[in-house]
Design a protein around this ligand. Sequence first.
Ligand code: GLY
Length: 392
Amino acid sequence: MHSARSSSHGSDVLVIGGGIIGLVTAWRAAQRGLRTAVVDPGPGGGAAQVAAGMLAAVTELHYGEQTLLGLNLASAERYPAFAAELEAASDGQDIGYRACGTLAVALDADDRSHLRELHALQRRCGLDPEWLTGRECRRLEPMLAPGVRGGLRVDGDHQVDPRRLAKALVTACERAGVAFHRAWAERLTLARDRAAGAVLADGTALSADQVVLAAGSLSGRLAGVPADVLPPVRPVKGQVLRLTVPRPYAPFLSRTVRAVVRGGPLYLVPRENGELVVGATSEELGWDTTVTAGGVYELLRDAHELVPGITELPLTETRAGLRPGSPDNAPMLGPTALPGLHLATGHYRNGVLLTPVTGDAMAAVLATGELPHEALPFTPRRFSPVVQEQPV
Ligand code: GLY
């Protein structure tokens, strides 16, 4: 433990966590004229270094997540303009936004039933992806296994490269005047019953009018946050592989291909630079980020069933990251019951997709005190203990 050193570091907004969610919040806040600082030992790191970058609003729809669908679609719609603006604000860095679409396929009768159910849910939500036969799927993607039984063509589910996104956001923040404190935040500080800043692991004390807790799956572990506003986030491990299509690139996949294999979601995301990302496991193992032989084996086994030719490709990287899961799989955005403390966390499977809308929502609430309407259902207060009225 360090005793807090007094410091002249003061800002309007202090963002704790420099992953893509913290960075987009800081960038957008600085654009609104707020003096903004970010605390993170390695800005641009975190789950974005592992994520595949699917913008899968439609293909990752699940029962009970129809409200989240609205936010996901709003963010997907903003991506082209967001990518162009970020590129301009980051000295021309290309974030790998690729309007390639997605094909969700079924390998056997059970998968096909699952995909039919998903299609029915999508239609009830006003979406209408096209159902394709196995033959039509293979005409679109000739590398698919001959046994593919059918699929859904979702032309609006695109991709971005999360590593490039994170790097560009760091640059955009720097250009917008965001101050970076490259250290761990050790605890939140309070003054007169409101959030007032943070003390860092090196003892530096930072003060701010408003604090945003955007530390991904670590957001529930910051000391000093009162229990009733501590975000209920948990780490959900995902192991991800990266393969490389050798130059000159033979046609491999032209769009994201995904399937449910043996009950688990599997996806292959092809980048224009030849990288092929294969993901992902979903494991509730706490803070474990070990890449296991079993995880790699299962991903390769399932990916091989879907696209047999992948076994010819060099396996260039294996990595595990932690999704910040919330109790309802949706993010927590905006003010908590503690004045001055906001949350931007709990994005679970959709952090990359939700980056544009999160930045807009957080900047709006930080600058005006009001969350935009699309973000209102995602207030952290939905998880606050119900305060019972006392009879008078
Ligand atoms: N959205 C993909 C994943 O979480 O694995």
